[in-house]
Write a protein that binds this ligand. Structure first.
Ligand SMILES: NC(=O)c1ccc[n+]([C@@H]2O[C@H](COP(=O)([O-])OP(=O)(O)OC[C@H]3O[C@@H](n4cnc5c(N)ncnc54)[C@H](O)[C@@H]3O)[C@@H](O)[C@H]2O)c1
Length: 239
């Protein structure tokens, strides 16, 4: 699948490299020109065990590219991850200015229907803001998903390649299908891909043990909070 990861920091680089490793065609985009120049030369801004070989191999084999042209990255992709920083604001809440700036760019470059996935750690309700921001710029239909990240520093590649669970909040059966296809290689060993509505997914970052607490594991957890695509009627996003 053609994937763009916008924001090539700690999270974006791990996500981009791991998605390329499973055969996707990934472009990592960032406004930091020095960072992108270094990444093109396989110079990584962070150390994570196993990350450098993934970047080198996938870049060499053409599945992973780096760019400062965020708009072009969006245009050539079916799935767009938002993985920019959300530093604490003056009052301690997450500053969404970078997330919403990316949403504006995505809207301006929405040349076909896409699935937009927030990876950044954001408060509940952010997907609604992202959707509204994109919709200001385009009339093309699109999907928004929330896919909180639980990577641990020092084990980020392992955590992404062999996750305990993947949590995704989706707004429609179509988006769920795309996400299932993208994450299939990472949940082959039986760890669950847990689909739910978007606010619930946004909440999991603040209550990370809630998936485990539900007592649902393995294949039975798939679509546990969301109707299966073939049985569901149209689903209105619960925002
Ligand atoms: N670091 C972690 O351990 C960790 C784990 C889980 C989740 N998260 C969350 O993931 C998100 C990203 O964290 P990080 O540590 O990777 O951040 P980071 O600061 O390392 O990287 C963010 C990148 O986004 C880029 N950026 C900012 N605005 C941009 C724009 N408009 N267009 C394109 N690129 C832009 C920056 O140049 C930077 O390279 C945050 O919300 C964070 O809370 C982080």
């Amino acid at each position: 699948m053609k994937v763009a990861v916008v924001g090539t920091g700690y999270v974006g680089l791990v996500v981009g490299a791991c998605l390329a490793e499973t055969g996707n065609d990934v472009v990592c985009a960032d406004v930091d020109a020095a960072k992108i120049k270094n990444l093109k030369a396989n110079k990584l801004p962070i150390y994570e065990p196993g990350l450098e070989p993934l970047v080198v191999r996938n870049q060499r084999e053409g599945r992973l590219t780096f760019t400062t042209d965020v708009g072009a990255a969006v245009e050539r992709s079916e799935i767009v991850f938002i993985a920019v920083g959300t530093p604490p604001d003056e009052d301690g809440s997450a500053d969404l200015q970078h997330v919403l700036a990316v949403a504006t760019t995505i809207g301006k470059h929405m040349n076909a229907s896409k699935v937009v996935v927030t990876k950044s750690t954001v408060p509940v309700g952010t997907a609604t803001k992202v959707r509204a921001q994109i919709a200001r710029e385009t009339t093309t239909p699109f999907h928004v998903c929330s896919n909180p990240e639980f990577l641990k520093e020092g084990a980020a590649v392992d955590d992404f390649m062999k996750p305990d669970r993947v949590v995704v909040g989706v707004d429609s059966p179509e988006a769920a299908k795309v996400i299932e296809e993208l994450y299939a290689p990472f949940v082959r060993t039986g760890n669950p891909l847990i689909m739910m509505d978007i606010p619930s997914a946004e909440m999991t970052k603040y209550a990370p043990r809630c998936g485990a607490a539900s007592g649902r594991t393995g294949a039975s957890a798939r679509h546990s909070c969301f109707p299966a695509p073939d049985t569901a009627g149209p689903v209105s996003p619960r925002m």
